[in-house]
Design a protein around this ligand. Structure first.
Ligand SMILES: [Zn+2]
Length: 326
């Protein structure tokens, strides 16, 4: 039993073959030409699928899940990632199905990347046995997925939990989504790096100005770098507190590239959360790093694909069963 997975993000397009226990058997990755044409983007997806199809495990493929940066429309099988402008209502599911090596019986299943991450964390990661959790992805953008009453809550179009685009500053900066003061404008890796640069921080010679470079500077005591992470942590904390008030969270998981900064990010989140989550039932919600690091999107996409293939093919995974519930 082999589950196929694709993870489409603003910086990378990854694919994997995953076994019934959530272990990666094969992995492939290409850079995302985020400003490229729709065809250039699709060519990278095809290249990843070519790599996977060349593996011997491909012959045992039973399903394929696709996790993509949002928004997605899981019913239509289309993606419109905010950070990939050339793809608007792009029919990704149909195009993946048309890959020459795709077995005819495989029907790819689309989920948002953060919903996929939540499915992965519930399957084999930090949110195992948790009934009510918010799982966030802090990366090029900021996304999230919700586990409510023990089941993944994907929503009608697969976007529930899209916490990066809730407003935490009514008078804040405009967001590419069209709203103002979204979490993502403060807490994405792009926003963290931009704010640090605006404050006068510069990376060491030869080092690109990424959130990882800002995190390194923050760790060595640079106040401008620390301020950029504090601002990000404050926005994330406000969003977590709001979610806790709405649905009574038991647990919060934060993953994605920016979360690799560790306490540089988690310290400010917890500090500000203590201020914002003031009601008794919202207080002291644990905020922990993702258990699956950077492969959560792939494992979650596989979980979603496994669920679509039916209980007899889902390897006994209750998580997979819930992954496409909406
Ligand atoms: Zn927005």
């Amino acid at each position: 039993m082999v589950y196929g997975a694709l993870d489409i993000g603003g910086t990378k397009i990854a694919g994997a073959l995953v076994d019934g226990a959530g272990r990666l058997l094969a992995r492939s990755q290409r850079d995302t030409p985020a400003q490229g044409s729709a065809a250039q983007l699709m060519a990278q997806v095809t290249a990843v699928l070519d790599d996977l199809a060349a593996r011997p495990e491909w012959t045992a493929l039973s399903c394929l899940g696709i996790g993509s940066a949002g928004p997605v429309d899981t019913a239509a099988g289309t993606v419109s990632p905010v950070n990939i402008p050339a793809w608007r209502s792009f029919p990704l599911v149909d195009r993946v199905r048309e890959h020459p090596r795709m077995p005819a019986e495989i029907r790819p299943v689309l989920v948002g990347d953060a919903v996929a991450m939540a499915a992965a964390e519930q399957w084999t990661g930090a949110a195992r046995a948790v009934d009510n959790a918010l799982c966030m992805v802090v990366s090029t953008g900021v996304g999230g997925g919700l586990i409510l009453n023990g089941a993944l809550h994907a929503g009608r179009s697969g976007n529930a939990g899209h916490i990066g685009h809730i407003t935490v500053d009514q008078h804040g900066p405009l967001c590419p989504c069209g709203a103002r003061g979204c979490v993502e404008r403060f807490a994405s890796g792009t926003a963290i790096a931009a704010h640090a640069l605006e404050s006068g921080w510069t990376p060491p010679p030869g080092v690109p100005p990424t959130a990882a470079a800002v995190a390194d500077a923050a760790r060595t005591g640079d106040p401008r770098a620390q301020a950029a992470f504090d601002r990000a942590g404050r926005a994330l904390a406000a969003a977590i507190a709001a979610t806790a008030a709405l649905v009574e969270l038991d647990f919060v998981v934060v993953g994605g590239g920016v979360a690799q900064a560790g306490e540089t990010l988690f310290g400010p989140i917890r500090r500000h959360l203590a201020d914002y989550a003031a009601l008794d039932f919202t207080r002291d919600v644990p905020v922990v790093p993702a258990g699956l690091a950077l492969d959560a999107g792939l494992i979650g996409a596989a979980a979603a694909g496994a669920a679509s293939a039916g209980p007899s093919r889902a390897g006994g995974s209750t998580v997979g069963d819930s992954a496409v519930r909406s």
